[in-house]
Ligand binder design. Structure first.
Ligand code: ADP
Length: 267
């Protein structure tokens, strides 16, 4: 089976779907419930590494006190847990910044090609250790859009990082850029950038919810890979701010393709 789900600023976001379930409450109550859920999620996400850290500190004080090998092993785990908290807090800050900017449209002209090249070289180390090859089919010239260069860098960074993380070792991640004469949903000419992997793919039931904060197909796997569960939520907000859309195609067992479609506009 091959499934395509379209998530746009105007129609089917994961959050709208979630809201549909609360038909008999007011929008204010819905917003309150979503905020409480979010706070509960953040608390849980922070408490997990903190609990692990405290457990290791106790072990280092007690049973592992004189065991140098155990101490090194525990310190490495503690470093990883602390790193996870740093990434989580960083992603939370990005998310809140991106959300607060969502109403102001970006107004600079940016060339996507150097942005994509920067993302590829920034990810090359992670790709190498995951034994994944990144192949970017980029044209020699420039491809201009109206946007925020830092935010667009973050979008492609998150998508390429996911493709490397979930793409399976020995695989290939492909980045392609193209022009769409008339996008049926944006109703005009558009630029598309797709990031494809040949990983495990995503079951269709999960696709509409992937951009929700903290939504993961497999929490254990995401944690193991150092994920925060916020990457695609950040992507969604940035793409919305750019009046674009994110398209997710996936064939379970074969791979996934995440396509960012941005309106082609004149400055
Ligand atoms: P995480 O930090 O968990 O990677 P994201 O918001 O970036 O959070 O992604 C949400 C979830 O979507 C991931 O946990 C994973 O289950 C799924 N996902 C994202 N990208 C891919 C991909 N390229 N292949 C398979 N699953 C993916």
């Amino acid at each position: 089976t091959h499934l395509a789900v379209t998530i746009t600023a105007l129609d089917l976001t994961g959050e709208r779907l979630a809201m549909a379930a609360f038909e008999d409450v007011t929008p204010l109550e819905q917003a309150g419930a979503m905020r409480r859920d979010f706070v509960a999620n953040v608390s849980h996400e922070l408490r997990t590494p903190l609990t692990a850290l405290i457990g290791f500190i106790e072990t280092l004080r007690g049973p592992a006190r004189d065991d140098a090998a155990a101490r090194d092993r525990f310190l490495a785990v503690m470093e990883r847990e602390a790193g996870r908290m740093i990434r989580l807090v960083g992603d939370l800050l990005s998310l809140s910044r991106v959300e607060s900017m969502e109403r102001s449209r970006p107004s600079s002209r940016v060339d996507l090609i150097p942005i994509l090249r920067t993302v590829v070289s920034a990810q090359s180390e992670l790709a190498q250790s995951a034994q994944v090859t990144i192949r970017a089919d980029l044209p020699d010239g420039s491809v201009w859009v109206v946007g925020d260069a830092d935010q667009l860098t973050q979008v492609f960074h998150n998508l390429v990082e996911n493709a490397v993380k979930y793409g399976g070792s020995g695989g290939e991640v492909r980045i392609e850029i193209g022009r769409i004469e008339r996008d049926p949903i944006l109703r005009g000419p558009a630029i598309s950038v797709s990031v494809s992997d040949r990983g495990e793919g995503i079951d269709p039931i999960h696709i509409p919810r992937l951009t929700e904060r903290f939504y993961r197909v497999d929490t254990h796997r995401s944690r193991e890979k150092g994920g925060t569960g916020l990457g695609l939520a950040i992507v969604k907000h940035i793409v919305n701010r750019h009046r674009g859309r994110l398209r997710i195609d996936s064939a379970p067992g074969k791979g996934s393709r995440f396509t960012v479609i941005l309106p082609e506009q004149m400055v």
